[in-house]
Design a protein around this ligand. Structure first.
Ligand code: XIL
Length: 307
């Protein structure tokens, strides 16, 4: 249903399920054409010791994607979380940390070259309180580490689309203004940047304005940037009403966001952060398209209808 709209539909994959849960892979192969590793391609997984790389799980996912004609999103080359101990435990000069960053980005991007169609190069570099987030990268390398991260990734894999990815930056807020200002300045400096990832970890109790999301996508389109909705899910703990009402409200939110994406000329992928509610990073919540027994939820049918 999504294909005629040139929209990709995807999910974050937990490698344990990919290996031994046929119900899980049946769903993937039926409904999704993009996969992203929930954890397997992050820095702590791919470079557990300095300059000793570990690509086993990422390779499994890449092989799976290839075999089933799916695209692979790469997540993520540079983040301030899930950073290996050897980095956080060390003290580094700017020169040393720059070399670490460059080596990591280039080794990983080169390894998956030709297999990853889009990379989240930098993840979550903007602060919720406004301005840049004060991460170990920024503290030692200064604000320009972001531009250089994109340049390093582009040198290693010139064909991959390169994304800046963040959460709580889909509606028109101070944070999304900061993301916009960041990507605008990167484009002005001719930094190789192709798109913005909107994670969209939403909450049913406080959903964003669809008109805002549409405007935000539009201003990014005007910068010639694509948008991927990269980590969609909907928390609903505490939502008033019956389970049925909650499911229906969630279905509407899923369908509204897919509709906004379809109406935007630059929104080209919609990925959920997981497949079914039996495994989500949000403990005790039920944020996905399938329930814990792999039954499609009202949200699933609402997305079908929106397409
Ligand atoms: C989460 C994973 O889902 C968890 O399994 C892990 O323990 C922590 O990270 N934003 C991101 C993702 O960019 O990488 C995060 O994934 C969820 C929030």
């Amino acid at each position: 249903l999504a294909r005629p709209h040139q929209l990709h539909i995807g999910a974050a994959i937990d490698l344990r399920f990919l290996l031994d849960d046929p119900d899980y892979t049946d769903i993937l192969e039926k409904d999704f054409d993009v996969v992203v590793a929930e954890n397997a391609m992050k820095m702590d997984a791919t470079e557990p010791q300095q300059n000793e790389f570990s690509f086993g799980l990422g390779d499994l996912l890449a092989q799976y994607a290839e075999k089933h004609n799916m695209l692979l999103r790469g997540h993520t080359l540079l983040w301030h979380e899930q950073v290996p101990r050897w980095i956080t435990a060390g003290t580094w000069t700017a020169e040393q940390l720059e070399a670490i960053m460059k080596n990591h980005i280039q080794t990983v991007a080169d390894h998956f070259k030709g297999r990853v169609f889009a990379w989240d190069v930098v993840n979550e570099a903007i602060s919720d309180a406004g301005g840049m987030r004060d991460t170990l990268w920024r503290k030692t390398l200064g604000d320009d580490f972001i531009a250089r991260a994109f340049q390093y990734a582009h040198q290693a894999d010139p064909a991959a689309k390169l994304f800046y990815n963040d959460y709580s930056s889909e509606a028109l807020t101070r944070k999304s203004d900061d993301v916009y200002a960041l990507v605008k300045s990167l484009k002005e400096k001719n930094v190789p940047l192709d798109g913005v990832g909107m994670q969209m970890h939403l909450n049913l109790n406080n959903p964003p304005s669809m008109a805002d999301i549409a405007q935000n996508m539009k201003r990014l389109a005007d910068l010639n940037l694509e948008v991927h909705i990269t980590e969609f899910d909907v928390r609903s703990a505490g939502f008033p009403g019956t389970a049925k009402e909650r499911n229906e409200a969630m279905a509407k939110l899923y369908s509204d966001v897919v509709t906004v994406c379809l109406q935007a000329r630059n929104c080209t992928a919609f990925l959920t952060w997981g497949v079914a509610d039996n495994h989500t990073w949000l403990p005790g919540d039920a944020p996905l398209l399938y329930d814990g027994f792999y039954n499609p939820k009202p949200a699933y049918f609402a997305v079908q209808e929106a397409l």
